[in-house]
Design a protein around this ligand. Structure first.
Ligand SMILES: CC(=O)SCCNC(=O)CCNC(=O)[C@H](O)C(C)(C)COP(=O)(O)OP(=O)(O)OC[C@H]1O[C@@H](n2cnc3c(N)ncnc32)[C@H](O)[C@@H]1OP(=O)(O)O
Ligand SMILES: O=CC(=O)O
Ligand SMILES: [Mg+2]
Length: 530
């Protein structure tokens, strides 16, 4: 669609309600964001490639020398608003209309509406997501399911936070002078432009989660976006609050600097554990000393994950910030009470470790898990948070953050990676970015681990199964064929036929076979998304 605005084109269809989001005023704001920040975004993405080159040549990350002064100085982040003090349980979910209502009504303190890992960024999901959030903020949101059940917001919904897409993703349906806009700036820009003032009137604010940052320069760019956006709408500086997901192995070495860059706008850090595992794998994929075992064995208690979580808590508390824990992937298991009880127990244990270590809150994937996490945090964290509790913490070294866990690779682990990777990509291509597979929540971050492990195991000199068989492409081929049959049996012949499983298998296979490691599976898959 041609717009009245010179240079701007909309390439997606305009459905009911889209014109309320894609107003000329909002689009002008997107153009300003693009003009001011897109070049810098692209430079930062190029910088990621330079760092990868250095890692490939043997560089190991360490705390920065040039920013030592920041780490040694006394400072704290700006005061945190009242409605963000108590974040003991946060639920996340895609921006789907029913999910938004259910998430806000779930009893959690915060609902994070996700344009990222949990969302397949089809044009329809992206713009409908904005409509849904706008309606939720204005409390007019309503949804009727196929059986006539009506969903509305409760009297006291959770505080809303929004996670825009990461810096690496484009929004190809909006171009300016022939160039795709940034997915991050489109998600942030539309949400902020339409809702910031209303959120303030509601007594809350424009609150965000920032995904997949790799260094403090990327945090600085977000800060500049916030400063500009607040000026543009004449809103006080510091109204925006953002929690950065620490979910890359490089960002963890710059967590103090990230908090510092966002000081006025910071609402702490979160341990995005799934992308973190993926990032560790991805960055050190050529390192012969690093080989992760089956995905299920890379838990929060293995050394490098534990070091990461503890350092996050220490750093946040030193700077007056919340240290939020991460997502346990368990969801309720229907029709199997033993497996269901085991899933709840895993969540309980995970949350107990987090709160006892000092985390100020945590994430759950499903409304049924809210009470379990809430009970644990209520038991061990009587105050709104534990930022100011003094606790003795051991020094965490760069080596500890890098320490690869022991453990074995099994045929079942390899099969699961192939099976889950293909099933997830098929769902994503069909417009669903979060799905239950084998009783676990799977999203873009968990699927990245699956495909990255297969890429690494088929190439690593020690890529062997616990029974001694090397993980060759021949073995992978044979298992892939068998897993396609298994998937067909799991989902049924009709769904298999009508879904995108063949396309997903082809994509998964490309991701595994290409010598050039694809930076994100969603970059490759986005080419096929409408
Ligand atoms: C690595 C990371 O980035 S983690 C963060 C990103 N990932 C996520 O946010 C995933 C969040 N979780 C989910 O999307 C979902 O729980 C799924 C897809 C895993 C499972 O969803 P479903 O198959 O719908 O589960 P189920 O059938 O048990 O749901 C029961 C009810 O709970 C609702 N529900 C389930 N999960 C959520 C959620 N996270 N938020 C809001 N509502 C939810 C469903 O809408 C359903 O509502 P209904 O009974 O009114 O129809
Ligand atoms: O976004 C969260 C993660 O674990 O990845
Ligand atoms: Mg993530």
């Amino acid at each position: 669609m041609e717009t009245k605005l010179s240079g701007l084109q909309i390439h997606g269809e305009i459905h009911k309600g889209f014109d309320q989001i894609l107003t000329d005023e909002a689009l002008v704001f997107l153009i300003r964001l693009h003009e001011k920040f897109n070049d810098e975004r692209k430079q930062l993405l190029e910088h990621r490639k330079d760092i990868q080159e250095k890692i490939n040549q043997g560089m190991r990350p360490d705390f920065l020398i040039k920013t030592k002064e920041i780490r040694d100085a006394e400072w704290t982040i700006a005061p945190i608003p009242d409605d963000l003090q108590d974040r003991r349980v946060e639920i996340t979910g895609p921006v789907d209309r029913k999910m938004v209502i259910n998430g806000l009504n779930s009893g959690a303190k915060v609902f994070m509406a996700d344009f990222e890992d949990a969302n397949s960024p089809t044009w329809s999901n992206t713009i409908n997501g904005q409509i849904n959030l706008g309606d939720a903020i204005r409390k007019t949101i309503q949804f009727e399911n196929e059986y006539g059940k009506i969903y509305r917001l409760n009297e006291q919904p959770a505080v809303l936070k929004v996670r825009p897409r990461g810096w690496h993703l484009d929004e190809k349906h909006i171009t300016y002078e022939g160039e795709a806009m940034s997915g991050s700036l489109v998600d942030f820009g539309l949400y902020f432009f339409h809702n910031a003032n209303q959120l303030i009137v509601n007594g809350s604010g424009p609150y965000f989660y920032l995904p997949k940052l790799e260094n403090h320069q990327e945090a600085k760019l977000w800060n500049e976006v916030f400063v500009f956006a607040q000026q543009y709408l004449n809103i006080s500086q510091g109204t925006i609050k953002a929690t950065v997901l620490l979910e890359t192995i490089l960002a963890v070495f710059e967590m103090e600097e990230i908090l510092y860059e966002l000081k006025v706008h910071s609402a702490g850090l979160n341990c995005g554990r799934w992308d973190y595992i993926f990032s560790y794998l991805k960055k050190f994929r050529h390192d012969e000393d690093i080989l992760l075992p089956d995905r299920e064995h890379v838990t929060m208690t293995v050394p490098f994950m534990r070091a990461y979580s503890l350092l996050t808590i220490q750093t946040c508390h030193k700077r007056g910030a919340h240290a939020i824990g991460g997502m346990a992937a368990q969801i309720p298991v229907k029709k199997d009470s033993d497996k269901n009880a085991a899933a709840f127990e895993k969540v309980r244990v995970d949350k107990e470790r987090e709160v006892k270590d000092g985390h100020d809150g945590t994430w759950v994937a499903h409304p049924a898990m809210v009470a379990t996490a809430m009970d644990i945090f209520n038991k061990y964290m009587p105050e709104a948070n534990q930022i100011h509790q003094k606790r003795k913490m051991d020094y965490i070294s760069a080596e500890q953050l890098m320490e690869a866990p022991n453990g074995s690779i099994t045929e079942q682990g390899l099969r699961t990676n192939i099976n889950v990777g293909i099933q997830y990509i098929a769902s994503w291509l069909d417009g669903r970015g979060a799905v239950p597979i084998h009783h676990l929540m799977e999203d873009a971050a968990t699927a990245e681990i699956s495909r990255a492990q297969v890429w690494q195991w088929t190439r690593h000199p020690h890529g062997a199964l616990s029974d001694g068989r090397m993980i060759t492409f021949e073995l992978y081929n044979a298992l892939m064929e068998e897993e396609m049959v298994a998937i067909q049996l799991e989902v049924g012949a009709d769904d298999f036929e009508n879904g995108s499983y063949q396309k997903a298998a082809q994509l998964f296979d490309d991701l595994v076979r290409n010598e050039e490691f694809e930076e994100f599976l969603t970059l490759k898959a986005y080419r096929y998304l409408s």
